[in-house]
Design a protein around this ligand. Sequence first.
Ligand code: CO
Length: 659
Amino acid sequence: MSKTRKVGFTETVLRDANQSLIATRLPYSKFEPILETMDKAGYYSAEVWGGATFDVCLRYLQEDPWDRLRKIRAKMPNTKLQMLLRGQNILGYKHYPDDVVRKFVEYSIKNGIDIIRIFDALNDARNLEVAIDETVKRGGHASGTICFTTSPVHTLEKNVQMVKDLKSMGVKSICIKDMAGIMGPKESYDLVSAIKDAVPELPLVIHTHCTTGLAFMTCLKGVEAGADVIDTAISPMSGGTAQPATETLAYALRSLGYEVDLNDKVLIKMADFFKGVRADFIKDGTLDPISMATDTQCLNYQIPGGMLSNLISQLKMMNAIDKLDEALAETPKVRADMGYPPLVTPTSQMVGSQAVQNVLAGERYKVVGKEIKAYCRGEYGRTPAPIDSDIQKKILGNTPVVEGRFADSLAPEFEKTKAELGATARSDEDVLSYIAFPQVAMAFFKDREAGFPKKGTPKKEAAAPAAKKESDLPPMPAWQGHVYYANVPASVSNGVNTRPIQPFAASYQPPHLVLAPKDTCPGTYTITIDGKAYAVSVAAADSPAPAATAPAAPVAAAPAAAAPAAVPAPAPVPAPAPAAAPVAAPAAGETAVKSPMPGNIFKVECKPGQAVKAGDVLIVLEAMKMEIEVSAPVDGTVKAVAASVGTAVNTDDLLVTLG
Ligand code: CO
């Protein structure tokens, strides 16, 4: 093996490390001072855009993502700027028509992107084709990506075939994307060797995450096998759920005789700078120490870490954590039934949620999410292996399967949307922002029009209540009470990492709840997590400690052991008793349509008096991040609707009465 080979570095601090560790909350103003320095580091490329940066800019940071890109471009003229693009899904999870994909690529390059890393969650090359084609046409560098996964059908031959397909589409490099950090050094060595044998002329990039602690070894063995570029993050923003440290790998590779073109002095300046950034985000609770830790659990279960914590939190939320072993055993079975999709968002959530539903319902595929239905229809693309045909039939009934590429069935959208938006969109870039994230972009346009009233202080989203030491918490007010949480999710996710929300114990003040004096505090509050509002009921304790013994006792002074009843179990309490509304129980001859699982009412698709047929969707629930359709079991007329949008329901709560 030649040891004089050069190894390139892609710096991820502004995109993936930012996204993995601090939920992409780094505003432009905060990293602007380091850009000119970064430009001198000698990176192969800097990943600065795409992924979640776009959505978060619009949603939380009052930043136009396109403007951010132009500013970075101006400050970093010498470095190749890179973005992550989800093929036909652009930056989201639904398929967009080809004209939108093409426009998005066109404007990404026009605004300063050099390299577009293009992937598809199912590794269906047909979903990459249009984005690659447009990138090539616009003079950009298309990096064709394989999502790494293991399964009986994901053989080296299959991966090599995909690489050959990508090459014929015109990609200038190949990336192995190990989004969950489950690729070990052996898999890396074998896969890189096989790909390098097949297409030695294409530069090969390794992208992985430190989650399981394998990443440094995975990168090293990949380089030994011939990988040309590795993704790393400057040390203060490395490790944990992010990439391995730039400086560490540069040192190790140089000492092994590889050529590394990085300027160490520049890296030191960058590290100093990002130490400050990290400190700020630790201080405000955005950077959860858990994200920085090594978590090997998913190596035992062979499922990505984020997915595992999701499973656990879903089961906890449903008071069914005792079913964890069953759900873990069911997960690989569902994945096999579904044709072994790589476990990456959104397929990881879909497979995990379906496993939970199969276990809780006591019958496999009795309750099926809307997304799984769409998946079985072929709307996400071609599955790596065929879906089990009996299960597909059970899920779809008579619904036809999509033949060919799903995007072929979509009508062009760009010009139509542009006309609809009129003056609201100031540019074609605005139109694309709107198509990608309609509600979020519209809210952004309105704020922008109003001059960003809160400008200067980026909206602080209620951070996930991070695990805080009690000593860090502000002093408790002098009242006793407890917080029931209703439909607060058991976890929040930044797309890569899912954090459980700690049950609110009496001794713990959630950092985003400001407790008022006793008289004013009880009531219903709205807590916003990741842009979504949740109703929370706060009640004073029924029998406060006698004033004489503890007149100003802080909540923390009420030990849980002494009054365990004051701390409700984390069971979801259906807050404002939604379904118990004034709807009479169904009479004889009437059919009660009940909730199949705990969740929130997302849509009500029927109204009293309406005639419905068996199979018609009546209610759409949102549970476990999935939409679950509740259909009419029989033909009939809607007598009463007990469900209203936004309320929480439990299993068997009455939703609709049919007569
Ligand atoms: Co990643």
